[in-house]
Design a protein around this ligand. Structure first.
Ligand SMILES: [Zn+2]
Length: 222
């Protein structure tokens, strides 16, 4: 794959550094990973597999050729690519209207936690499908630690803000002409978060545990 094709696939400009190429690769890999499209049609899954293979090839082509250090202070090509000033279509299916979302999920274990970030310009369908999976994941895995309990609340509030933006967005209509997005159709909608079992079980368990601790403390003081 030649240099300019690889940069177009990653959505970065000619002066992007290796760190910016890596960040663009990781950001796109999260939204295009075939696992995320496993419940959609065979054609959509094949599109996702092809898109992921192309993305991997683009990163392999650029990782050794790009300048390693970031030119801090100046606005970067990846930054512009990540938050475009002019409207364009969904990064997954190329349809418009599309909106920028920047959501997170937390995985917590006692005193440790790690965050996964999903940031992209997406149409209502692709955005909602990803939003639901990410929100369900953080409601299930994000509670299980002491700093994490509070971080997860902040993560949920942040995600809800983007959830509102997606709800208010009109459904995808047509594909933007010349869009480089890898899928031809918007993603199929996944199950709503409130219809999933694990987020409820995890969240209600944590609430029950907090109530028990508060009651035990009150009882011990009485
Ligand atoms: Zn889309």
């Amino acid at each position: 794959m030649d240099d300019s094709t690889a940069r177009r696939v990653l959505g970065i400009g000619a002066s992007a550094t290796r760190e910016q190429a890596r960040a663009a690769y990781k950001r796109r890999a999260k939204i295009l990973h075939p696992d995320r499209h496993a419940t959609t049609s065979d054609a959509a899954r094949r599109d996702a597999e092809r898109a992921m293979a192309e993305l991997n090839e683009a990163w392999r082509a650029l990782r050794s050729d790009t300048v390693p250090t970031a030119n801090r202070g100046e606005p970067t090509d990846d930054h512009r690519a990540a938050r475009p000033s002019r409207p364009r279509g969904c990064e997954i299916c190329g349809h418009h209207p599309a909106v920028w979302i920047d959501i997170r999920s937390l995985t917590a274990l006692v005193i440790l936690h790690s965050t996964d970030r999903y940031a992209a310009t997406l149409c209502k369908n692709c955005g909602t499908a990803i939003w639901r999976d990410v929100q369900a994941r953080t409601l299930t895995l994000g509670w299980w630690g002491i700093p994490a309990l509070f971080v997860n609340l902040a993560v949920l509030v942040n995600n809800c803000g983007y959830g509102v933006a997606l709800r208010e967005l009109a459904p995808p209509t047509t594909r933007v002409a010349g869009s480089p997005a890898p899928m031809s159709e918007p993603m199929a909608l996944t199950k709503p978060v409130t219809a999933r079992v694990l987020p409820w079980v995890a969240t209600l368990s944590v609430v029950a545990a907090i109530v028990l601790v508060v009651l035990a403390a009150a009882w011990a003081q009485a």
